[in-house]
Design a protein around this ligand. Sequence first.
Ligand code: PLP
Length: 403
Amino acid sequence: MPKDVIELEKRVLIPNYARYPVVFERGKGCWLWDSRGKKYLDFVSGLGVNALGYSHPAILRALRQQAGKMIHCSNLFYHPYQGPLAAALAKVTGLERAFFCNSGTEAVEAALKLARAHAGKISASKFEVVALENSFHGRTIGALSATGQESYRKAFEPLVPGFRFVRFNDCRDLEAAVNENTCAVILEPIQGEGGIFEVSREFMETAARRARQHGALLILDEIQSGLGRTGDYLASQAYGVQPDIVVLAKPLGGGLPLGAILVREQIAGDLSAGMHGTTFGGGPLACRVALEFLSVLKKERLLPHVRKVGQYFRDQLAQLQRKHPMIRQVRGRGLMLAVELDRHSRPLTAQALERGLIINSTHETTLRFLPPYVVDRKLVEMACDILEELFTEAEQSGAPGAR
Ligand code: PLP
């Protein structure tokens, strides 16, 4: 049966994914089962989406209740959940207004459009966006134009004009790039797809100050780092800066596609009726489930848990680093962690999968870990035992393959 699934896909889908040959059928907590009944410990959470793991009872209850009432009604009308969801997000972030869409990349598009609309009222030449090298903001043309990685961009050029890139954590480069023509500075507080690199406090403060000096908006892309992943509602809360726009998605919809921008009251009116919209975005089902997700975060005290278990995981990885010279660095915060290897990481990801552990490689030499927030010490130890076996075998098998 898995062979049939895979062969059918190979014939009928556009080949834009390099999938691993596993067909997943169900999940519970931090565990997934494939079509042969094999069990896997999931340390990727569907790329940061399944923050509560699989089949959380509160999420299932909300889904069932709302699906039986109304799944979709369009943004022509009100429904009972968009307002409360915006209010709940405002309460934990301090950003008073929201717009809901269906994915991260779409949320980035909304943020960029708002920034251009805002700046367009000041001057027609104020349209430049300053972004970071090695960033990832999504794959639609606008978000891709803000993405500072050649490999994602190359095939689709020319992209949207007006985007410029500064070196990561290089304050001078940033100072020089932001000027009166800048409408926005966009950055991820912790670059996720780029390999888990944290923006320095100085760089974040420089971004906020330069943006303010030139009347540009500071857009923080917290699609991966936000909503508890680092142990705070926003990773940027640890820096003490006040962004104009925060972009969210991944865990927000409890597994359903839901993205959002949260913005300051003063700029919300720059997107007036008809300037932006979406058919599906912010539908009753996704918003109802998102409210449940936020409520579980609070009820189960998951933020302090993420901080604690994340620190424990990081300490375990640091211990592995002391034993294994192939680990060059351990990076990250909360449950957004990575190890940098002295060789290609993808073979290890495949070997981990064979042993029932799901991890992810970003870039050539980085292993990334985004476990569900409900992970515990015991599961962290299980994952680290498998990693230890893999590192030992890789080192025994000889020299690094990558360099
Ligand atoms: N921004 C960041 C920081 C991301 O990590 C991602 C996805 O990985 C995106 C944007 C794009 O989100 P989506 O895949 O939901 O469009």
